[in-house]
Design a protein around this ligand. Structure first.
Ligand code: SAM
Length: 283
């Protein structure tokens, strides 16, 4: 399946008078092999309605459309959102009716038609974690996906307890899904080339008995936030501020089967959930 090459991307950008915006993370993929690799690793097929965040000039969208049943593309930049259907119609007119473009901030979308089954995206790097968590929260029909993010962020998202990279994104993502690093991506495949390395992160939604308990999730996320706000401190102290006193924190931790002298980076999601069961949030 064809994608857009460097010359076509630059030509399109020129036509639109587009200077790639840093704040919107506009680094466009100019290498068809990279787009094909992302779509191959995603394993999407004709039964999938794929959600793509930040389609940009459409290089990944073109390959997605050739492999998926349909694509919903959410793009914040009006010029890009308006251009995308035209680019698709010019390259694959027979697939054009399978593309739905939404000109919105991905962080604000709460409804999508057709209901997405998978997420495949080269995410805007400055908002990649909140966007990923937002989508997993609001679209339970997304059962799997693959996203390109800054390498350090991918490592944090996929990190396991006890590692340096383990932190808030790792535990929160784990509420919704299992994830793993799928591949490295060279800086050379982008225009403009980013100053950071990139990795592909694949994820698969999992079920656990508390996944639909929204109150418990909010309490768990609040505990995770406070525990990692002072990650080098012992939990009785890092959670003491949030819970009123270190004595109260110690009581709760012991009741949850967690050592009060342990640190946030050693706790599993299940540990955080056990602690959260003991608290209520102020309404
Ligand atoms: N998918 C394209 C590619 O691979 O060439 C572009 C990827 S570029 C890294 C990120 C894209 O996300 C840009 O097109 C940018 O305008 C868009 N974007 C940035 N912030 C966004 C947001 N909050 N919601 C939706 N799209 C956003």
């Amino acid at each position: 399946m064809e994608s857009l090459g460097a010359a076509q991307i630059r030509e399109l950008a020129e036509q639109l008078n587009l200077r790639p915006s840093k704040s919107l993370g506009q680094n466009f993929v100019i290498d068809g092999n990279t787009c094909r690799k992302i779509v191959r690793l995603s394993e999407v097929n004709q039964n999938d309605a794929v959600l793509e965040i930040g389609p940009g000039l459409g290089s990944l969208t073109l390959v997605l459309l050739a492999n998926a049943g349909s694509v919903v593309a959410v793009e914040i930049d009006k010029r890009l959102a308006e251009q995308l259907p035209k680019t698709i119609a010019a390259h694959v007119p027979e697939r054009a009716s399978n593309l739905h473009v939404i000109n919105k901030d991905a962080l604000n979308i709460t409804e999508i038609q057709p209901t997405p089954t998978a997420l495949v995206a080269n995410l805007p790097y400055n908002v990649s974690v909140p966007v990923l968590l937002h989508l997993l929260e609001y679209f339970p029909t997304i059962t799997r996906g693959i996203v390109m993010v800054q390498a350090e962020v991918a490592q944090r998202l996929a990190a396991k307890p006890g590692s340096k990279a383990y932190g808030i994104p790792s535990v929160k993502l784990r509420w919704w899904a299992d994830s793993q690093i799928a591949s490295a991506i060279s800086r050379e495949v982008f225009w403009p080339a980013p100053r950071v390395d990139s990795l592909l992160l694949s994820f698969a939604r999992h079920e656990h008995s508390d996944i639909h308990n929204e109150s418990l999730r909010l309490r768990t996320f609040a505990i995770i936030d406070s525990a990692f706000a002072q990650r080098r401190k012992m939990l009785r102290s890092s959670l003491g501020t949030f819970l009123g006193s270190s004595e109260r924190a110690s009581e709760l931790l012991i009741a949850a089967g967690v050592d009060p002298t342990d640190r946030a980076e050693n706790l599993t999601l299940e540990d955080f959930i056990a602690i959260a069961r003991g608290i209520s949030l102020p309404s």
